[in-house]
Design a protein around this ligand. Structure first.
Ligand code: F6P
Length: 325
């Protein structure tokens, strides 16, 4: 056990980028430096591992990146890495470059890739990084808070103009197949309704009737947040207009939610998780993911982590429904 066995750690970012990935890279590089372990940045996700696209990193190469969105290592979704020959090529590159351990920052797909490599003898640790917060083993994923705040800022601005024109704003937020981002943004923006893939919706009672009742009590503008996994924003907007007479406008927030300087919450989560990932490798652990459970940063076996299920918070769903009247 210990530093003598770990010579060179590789780090990569994979899948959709998220604000705070750079902060995690910085934490990994500097914790490696603290243990006198060499750190290699692997560029463009698992593609970089297949092609040997790497860059040496030291404490000075990560100066200033704590404030930057995106990822200095670039990112990609790699089809070749889903094949046995792709995984073998990546393992061969690790052997050639002397990478005995690998830290991968990304979502579930990234973790599955890490597990495949650990089966080839490379020590791997995953760190959850996605704006979707849709990784079941962890309460929190790096980038979620920044994306929530970016979306919230946009929805607050939409509210101003909806209020002036007495309209209804139908806003699609990202989140892949999950509604975590939509629910947070919906609660924080005071939306009339939040539509997520996880929860059934009765449009008559949950949307149209609320808007009609609002009109009677003097409220003439509304925000409806729709998770991209729910879809159909244009249809929803047309139905609201048809059923309530209120003019509607659709906004799809899109990739703007993936950018921007990470919030304090994301920087702290990324720094703590990055540091723990290197600690785990230093302790000789492998095939683990770093996660946050009940507010505590900890680690889990990758397979155990991938088999877990996370629901939308029932307290948050309830509060959103009650308060949005
Ligand atoms: O997983 C992050 C995410 O931004 C999702 O919310 C979204 O569905 C997807 O990635 C978009 O992917 P792309 O960047 O390939 O358009």
């Amino acid at each position: 056990m210990g530093a003598a066995k770990v010579k060179r750690i590789g780090v990569l970012t994979s899948g959709g980028d998220s604000p705070g990935m750079n902060t995690a890279i910085r934490a990994i590089v500097r914790t490696c430096a603290a243990y006198s372990i060499e750190c290699l940045g692997i560029r463009r996700g698992y593609n970089g591992l297949i092609n040997g696209d790497v860059v040496e990193l030291d404490s000075r190469s990560v100066d200033g990146i704590i404030t930057l969105g995106g990822t200095m290592l670039y990112t990609a979704r790699c089809e070749e890495f889903k094949t046995e020959s792709g995984i073998q090529k990546a393992a061969n590159t690790c052997a050639y470059l002397g990478i005995d351990s690998l830290i991968t920052i990304g979502g579930d797909g990234t973790f599955r890739g890490a597990r495949a490599l650990s089966e080839k003898g490379i020590k791997t640790i995953g760190i959850p990084g996605t704006i979707d917060n849709d990784i079941d083993c962890t309460d929190y994923t790096i980038g979620f808070d920044t994306a929530c705040n970016t979306a919230l800022d946009a929805v607050d601005k939409l509210r101003d103009t909806m209020q002036s024109h007495e309209r209804c704003s139908v806003v699609e937020v990202m989140g892949a197949r999950a509604g975590h981002l939509a629910l947070y943004v919906g609660i924080a923006s005071g939306a009339t309704a939040v539509l997520t893939p996880e929860t059934p919706v009765d449009f008559e009672t949950d949307v149209f009737e609320k808007i009609r009742r609002g009109r009677i009590s003097g409220r003439n503008h509304h925000i409806i947040i729709v998770a991209e996994g729910f879809g159909k924003v244009n249809e929803i907007a047309d139905c609201i207009h048809h059923e309530t007479g209120l003019e509607t406008r659709v906004t799809i927030l899109g990739h703007v939610q993936r950018g921007g300087s990470p919030t304090a919450r994301d920087r702290v989560a990324a720094t703590t998780m990055g540091c723990l990932a290197v600690d785990l490798i230093y302790q000789g652990k492998t095939n683990r993911v770093v996660c946050m459970r009940n507010g505590i940063i900890c680690d889990l076996d990758i397979t155990e982590a991938l088999n877990m299920k996370k629901e939308l918070s029932s307290e948050m769903l309830r509060a959103q429904k009650i308060v949005s009247r």
